[in-house]
Ligand binder design. Structure first.
Ligand code: NCD
Length: 308
């Protein structure tokens, strides 16, 4: 039987290409199931999953919860803002207390890079990283690559530009790893202050002009300016950012080809993306959200059924 090489999903960096393909094939099955009138399967009956969110989230948290419920898992939700973390409890104590109640899997979002890796070293449950600070967001990259495969037939050989705040985005790093493993060419584009120095070592193209990036790519994945993670001023004003790096429908229509437009959400409408572009036929933003549930079902299913 095919199975994942890992017992946790901490990042894309340590997945093999075969792992990613296996997740996609499993997600294909789940996608057809969730489009049927009866969306629920018993695959994770008797498995208890804790969604432990130390950072805000709408899409990712709801998507994991729906994926778990459609697999018939028992689900407990925890958000840091309403917990004893505010009273000074450590991460390990919080999670060990949840595990003492017999939890099998932990889906965690945390503001500190490496927090899920730390947890995986100390607890028995399978850990899924739902975003660790500016580091990785593996299920987002999987659903992004899966959506490209669905729209364009394959990821291999496609040119994908990641445009925006590369420095603070965990979606960017996970996307770079996933797309490269699947054989795509990757470009990053944004103001020089928002391109991390290490990006040169990752084998990606670097482009400062958004116009040139759009002319080069088959797919543009537009990323949000992560104002909440910026301690410094990386650009003069949001207005100036939009002027130089904002994407609108007129720009997309002026290209001599049709490109696919993506965004992980939440969109800052009128900043990195205009509403007419986000809502245009170029956009597969809502397909990404739909595919997120199937991808997360696949990851949960494959981790829960892994034989050791
Ligand atoms: C992203 C995240 O939280 O990293 N969103 C998401 O998971 N859908 C991107 C973002 O916050 O801009």
């Amino acid at each position: 039987m095919s199975q994942l090489s890992q017992s946790h999903l901490l990042g894309i960096r340590n997945l093999t290409t075969r792992d990613i393909e296996l997740i996609f094939e499993t997600a294909d099955n789940f996608k057809s199931i969730i489009n049927q009138p009866i969306k629920k399967v018993p695959s994770l009956r008797d498995v208890t999953v804790a969604n432990v969110f130390f950072e805000n989230s709408t899409r990712t948290r709801i998507s994991f919860e729906l994926a778990e419920k459609r697999l018939s898992a028992d689900v407990v939700n925890f958000s840091a803002s309403s917990s004893s973390v505010k009273k000074g409890e450590t991460l390990l104590d919080t999670v060990n207390n949840i595990l003492a109640m017999k939890v099998d899997m932990v889906v965690m979002r945390h503001a500190s890079p490496g927090a899920p890796h730390f947890l995986a070293r100390h607890i028995k449950a399978n850990v899924i990283n739902a975003g660790d600070g500016t580091h990785e967001h593996p299920t987002q990259a999987l659903l992004d690559a899966y959506s490209i495969r669905e729209k364009l037939g394959s990821v291999a050989g496609k040119k994908v530009a990641l445009i925006g705040d590369i420095l603070h985005s965990r979606v960017a790093l996970s996307n770079i790893f996933a797309l490269q493993k699947l054989g795509a060419e990757v470009m990053v584009c944004g103001p020089p202050t928002l391109l991390p120095r290490y990006v040169r070592e990752l084998g990606v193209r670097i482009e400062l002009s958004v116009r040139k990036a759009l002319e080069w790519c088959d797919v543009a994945n537009v990323l949000r300016i992560q104002l909440e993670r910026q301690q410094l001023k990386y650009f003069p004003s949001l207005r100036e950012y939009t002027l130089y790096y904002g994407i609108n429908l007129q720009m997309l229509n002026s290209l001599n080809k049709r490109i696919t437009l993506m965004h992980p959400g939440p969109i800052n409408r009128g900043v990195e993306l205009s509403s007419d572009a986000a809502d245009s036929p170029h956009s597969i933003i809502l397909d990404q959200v739909e595919n997120g549930v199937a991808i997360r079902m696949a990851v949960l299913y494959l981790l829960a059924n892994r034989q050791v």
